[in-house]
Design a protein around this ligand. Structure first.
Ligand code: NAP
Length: 453
């Protein structure tokens, strides 16, 4: 308790980083697991408001994790149980930096934790990148997951070849979704507009470009091995001889190379092909209005050659980037909010009461679980500062006042009970079609549905 009231913390973003932070702040009675031991990291009563710019919670679990990964989607059940703890409140459809400034939030709450993820993408920076048919894999992933910002995009899947630039896990997800049988996608929560477009896809070959050799491939072993299950699909390696590579000291790299070699050996036949092309970097996308070809520079030892590859769809899967929030410092080079031990830092000076966690702190790397420890570190920083008297406690609003102030800016906010209505409706609509869920992919439709519910 702070002055006989709970410590009031706002968390911005309800994805994994934000929800783990909420979970740590509303610590279960057993405590928090640190180095194999249960410890109490929260020593006072805490009330948490989780704000999200979308009407729906769970961030990348809903709009980034591939729909055919239900095990990862089930993380939402853990977040749902955190959201049911005493002291938790969800306030959706509120954009910090637009509807409310960070300075206002800092005044209204004792502490603010920014867990806004990486809402932007890296750019290739080559000519032709903005031609029709060229987009980011992030946009494609958000589109097939029914993210409202991307649901009106259209991807032309009528050409025979698609090129993915970059060979990380996002490229693996995209290749798998492009070549999964429609019957397999039908039983996932993939957006219906994407299911429809994929059912008409003419793509026969996906080329996955790696600008370096197989020993530097960015995919993980499990994500690579999932390609083994794609029916009628051959897997081919070009631009590198897997058998002639020097043995890597890196055990994981060695494992991945062996797995890729095995896949190529076992998946020889198929009407569809996935080509892992290594040591090949795009230098330009060529076409009139639409992309028609990719120019490549191919490296072989000391030598470099140029070549072209026809393609009707080019997706850059070269990583995500954080997006600056108006009123907060931003490291434009790294695409993160600058911080020191989870505390937001502006030109080397700590902003009292402001913290970061997740991709907006670390950059876009790691798996979902990486956010748990990251969020724990942020919560420990909040609690240390609370104990040391370093939080600016003056002017903090009580629970009702804070919501009232937010509602002065945003007429229609979304409560956690509203999310349950959306969730139920999506599941009911899906059931009627033999699907687990029919996502509502337009924000205004969600808000209208809530009005009439
Ligand atoms: P990533 O793992 O960082 O891979 C990016 C790829 O793009 C690398 O191959 C990189 O090559 C290449 N690249 C970067 N800049 C390039 C350029 N200018 N030209 C050509 N190639 C370029 O990114 P990601 O696949 O977007 O994944 C982001 C994070 O999400 C990762 O931590 C990933 O593990 C995670 N994720 C996990 C899952 C899962 O657990 N199933 C699913 C999706 C994403 P270099 O190595 O040469 O730079």
């Amino acid at each position: 308790m702070i002055n006989d009231r709970p410590l009031r913390v706002a968390i911005i973003g309800s994805g994994p980083a934000g929800m783990y932070a909420a979970g740590h702040l509303l610590e279960s009675p057993g405590g928090t697991l640190i180095d194999g031991e249960l410890k109490q990291i929260v020593h006072s009563k805490v009330a948490v408001d989780v704000l999200d710019r979308l009407a729906t919670p769970w961030g990348l679990i809903r709009s980034g994790v591939a729909p055919d990964h239900p095990d990862k989607k089930r993380m939402a059940m853990i977040y749902d149980s955190i959201a049911r703890r005493d002291g938790f409140r969800f306030i959706g459809n509120v954009q910090v930096g637009k509807d409310i400034s960070p300075a206002e939030l800092s005044q209204w709450y004792d502490a603010v934790i920014y867990a806004v993820g990486a809402d932007d993408e890296r750019r290739l920076g080559i000519p032709g990148e903005d031609l029709l048919g060229s987009n980011s894999a992030r946009a494609f992933v958000s589109w097939y997951n029914g993210h409202p910002d991307f649901s009106n995009l259209q991807f032309d899947l009528s050409a025979e070849r698609a090129v993915l630039v970059g060979n990380g896990n996002v490229a693996m997800d995209v290749a798998r979704i492009l070549f999964s049988p429609i019957s397999a996608l039908h039983i996932t929560d993939i957006a219906s507009h994407a299911l429809d477009a994929l059912s008409k896809s003419q793509i026969k070959e996906i080329v996955i470009l790696g600008r370096r050799g197989p020993e530097h491939a960015a995919f993980n072993y499990p994500e690579l091995m999932e390609l083994a299950d794609l029916p009628d699909t051959a897997i081919i390696v070009e631009g590198a001889d897997l058998n002639a590579l020097p043995r890597s000291q890196n055990h994981e790299a060695q494992l991945k190379i062996a797995a890729l070699a095995k896949l190529c050996k076992e998946k020889i036949q198929g009407n569809r092909r996935i080509v892992f092309r290594f040591n090949a970097a795009p230098t330009a996308l060529i076409g009139e209005e639409r992309v028609a070809k990719v120019s490549l520079i191919n490296k072989q030892g000391e030598f470099e050659t140029e070549s072209e590859l026809s393609a009707g769809l080019v997706l850059a899967a070269i990583g995500y980037r954080g997006l600056a929030i108006d009123g907060l410092p931003f490291d434009h080079e790294r695409g993160v909010i600058p911080s020191c031990e989870s505390r937001v830092v502006d030109h080397g000076v700590v902003l009292p009461g402001s913290y970061v966690t997740g991709w907006i702190k670390r950059g876009p790397k790691g798996i979902i679980g990486s956010n748990k420890k990251c969020a724990r570190d942020a919560v420990i920083a909040v609690m240390d500062d609370a104990t040391s008297g370093l939080l600016p406690l003056e002017g903090t609003l009580c629970k009702d006042q804070a919501l009232q102030r937010i509602k002065e800016r945003v007429a229609t906010t979304v409560a956690f009970s509203d999310w349950h209505k959306i969730d139920m409706r999506e599941q009911q609509d899906g059931k009627a079609l033999g699907r687990p869920r029919l996502k509502i992919t337009v924000s205004s439709a969600i808000l209208n549905m809530l009005k009439s519910a």
